[in-house]
Design a protein around this ligand. Structure first.
Ligand SMILES: [Zn+2]
Length: 248
């Protein structure tokens, strides 16, 4: 690999590094999740191009001895201004970045497209942010191969009937029938039908499929529980939304 290279990427996190620099965590379809340093980045010309959730073409320098990257320039493709002006949207976007970083692995092209599309939707005030979270997690767990068709229990193979409420199996990290469940995270028949309808649609299209506010809130809570089970801990980025979530 050349010492200088370029890659498409999305900024996940940007934090101070030493006195004058910044350390940025990025998601790229080619390089996966990686860190790069911006020297003098706290007030340099790159400062604005490197805020979280910005996507673009990053010019990198690879130090082979230390096996570390630094960013020399960036061509910003999308800056998500609406997202950044809304507290709930920022929390949700941080939660998506948290999921991507904590579950590091798998198909980076899929993750990059899914995260990029989700951030673009979060930047559109017309689309409810909790719905984007729900759809992101749903596509994410499918991308991880945890859920395929919703027709039968992945543990015992028994076919589901239409009105069946599914529970959860913690070793498979997947919904299952009541008999095979060890966690009480229920998924009702209406919610299951909705998830099947949007299953193979791009996230932008699935966000337009009708869903009542109440059903959306239930599905959002379901996906929060799903991720909590998957990660073995709650999402830090959502903890600030908890109080407000329960008043709805
Ligand atoms: Zn079963």
């Amino acid at each position: 690999m050349e010492r200088n290279s370029t890659t498409e990427a999305i900024v996940l996190v940007n934090r101070p590094y030493a006195e004058l620099h910044r350390r940025v965590t990025l998601l790229s379809p080619d390089l996966g999740i990686f860190e790069a340093v911006v020297y003098g980045g706290r007030k340099g010309k790159l400062g604005g191009g490197l805020e979280p959730f910005t996507s673009g073409l990053f010019y990198l320098y690879h130090n082979r001895v230390r096996n570390s990257y630094s960013i020399t320039d960036v061509l910003v493709n999308k800056d998500v201004r609406t997202l950044k002006s809304d507290f709930e949207r920022i929390c949700i976007a941080n939660a998506l970045a948290e999921i991507v970083m904590k579950m590091d692995g798998g198909g980076y092209q899929m993750l990059y497209t899914l995260l990029g599309d989700s951030l673009e939707l979060l930047d559109d005030k017309q689309v409810p942010s909790k719905r984007i979270f729900t759809l992101f997690v749903w596509q994410f767990i499918q991308g991880m191969g945890l859920v395929d068709e919703f027709t039968c229990c992945p543990v015992c193979g028994k076919e589901y009937h239409q009105q069946q409420v599914l529970l959860f199996n913690s070793s498979l990290h997947a919904p299952c029938c009541q008999e095979c469940a060890d966690i009480d995270v229920p998924l009702g028949p209406g919610a299951r039908r909705y998830l099947v309808v949007v299953q193979h649609l791009p996230i932008g299209t699935s966000s337009t499929v009708e869903l009542s506010d109440q059903a959306q809130m239930r599905l959002y809570r379901y996906m929060v529980s799903y991720v909590t089970t998957l990660l073995g801990q709650g999402l830090k980025s959502l903890s600030l939304l908890t109080t407000e979530e329960f008043t709805q």
